[in-house]
Design a protein around this ligand. Structure first.
Ligand code: SAM
Length: 270
């Protein structure tokens, strides 16, 4: 059954506030799963089941899909769609409140999702801060947001791009036109793959590091020294030590320097 038919059958009106732009083209969900190279031993976590179009495609290829959906109105639809699927486990809860530690014994864990856009940043932060080890995460984003995550410097560089690029390598999997969704959004999408670099996850606490980077960017137009001054009175000394001009703006500082700075400062000031 097509997405529009499922929605009609259960009389569901999609809510913008929950980021409900559902895939309407099953060729796209098929292509996402093909490009994800899922293994029959993989357990996949999906965030935002929707009407299950991607869930169904993942379930054909993986050992199990654990999928989170906040909107309980979708329960009867999903119960019908997956009544014969033994390997689909649906959690009707807010993913942001989910206890991910209960998945710690899964050996081949991956994330694949067309995530709700309004919480893209918080989902990324959560999986690096709380998830048990995973092999990769493949997420769909609004195109501009996705491109900012991959940005290496200057204008589109953000605390989140620094955070993400510290903990993983990011590669583009494919573009997805806005015409493949119901309702049609104002922008196109992009699918990115995040391969974690566990060396850093173990060495640098993601929660503290994110806090630190946000502090560095607290006022984008101000200098890095000014942004740090409130909590680190001798900020200038540290900046000079990592060969950064204290009058630089936060977006002019390379990623590696943030890691270096954090390591020096965290033990004394954070
Ligand atoms: N996977 C479906 C697809 O590809 O068509 C739906 C994707 S839609 C972009 C995002 C889904 O995430 C919606 O079904 C929405 O209700 C759900 N959602 C929104 N906020 C959520 C949250 N905090 N936790 C879990 N699911 C959420």
């Amino acid at each position: 059954m097509k997405t529009s038919e499922w929605l009609k059958k259960y009389d569901i009106r999609l809510k913008k506030g929950l980021g409900q732009n559902f895939l309407s083209n099953s060729n796209v969900s098929h292509e996402i799963v093909q490009k994800s190279e899922i293994d029959e031993n993989d357990v996949i976590i999906e965030i935002g089941t929707g009407n299950g179009i991607l869930t169904e495609e993942i379930a054909k290829n993986a050992k199990k899909v654990i999928t989170f959906e906040i909107d309980e109105r979708l329960k009867p639809l999903l119960e019908e769609r997956f009544e014969d699927s033994q390997n689909v486990e649906i959690h009707f809860e807010d993913f942001l409140n989910a206890d991910l530690s209960k998945f710690k014994d899964i050996s081949k864990l991956k994330y694949i999702a067309n995530i709700p856009y309004y919480i893209s940043s918080r989902i990324l932060e959560k999986i690096f801060e709380e998830s048990p080890k995973f092999e990769y995460a493949i997420f769909m984003f609004q195109k501009e947001f996705g491109h900012r995550l991959m940005a290496k410097s200057k204008k589109s560089y953000s605390p989140l791009s620094i955070f993400v690029q510290t903990y993983c390598t990011v590669e583009k999997i494919m573009d997805v036109s806005r015409n493949n969704f119901i309702p049609i959004p104002k922008v196109d999408s992009v699918i990115l793959k995040f391969n974690p670099l566990y060396k850093y996850v173990e060495e640098i606490d993601p929660k503290d590091f994110m806090k630190f980077v946000h502090m560095c960017f607290s006022k984008r137009r101000k200098t890095i020294k000014n942004n740090l001054k409130g909590i680190i009175p001798d900020a200038e000394k540290y900046l000079t030590e990592v060969q950064i001009d204290p009058s630089s703006r936060p977006e002019d500082i390379p990623l590696e320097t943030y890691i270096q700075l954090y390591k020096m400062i965290s033990s004394k000031h954070l």
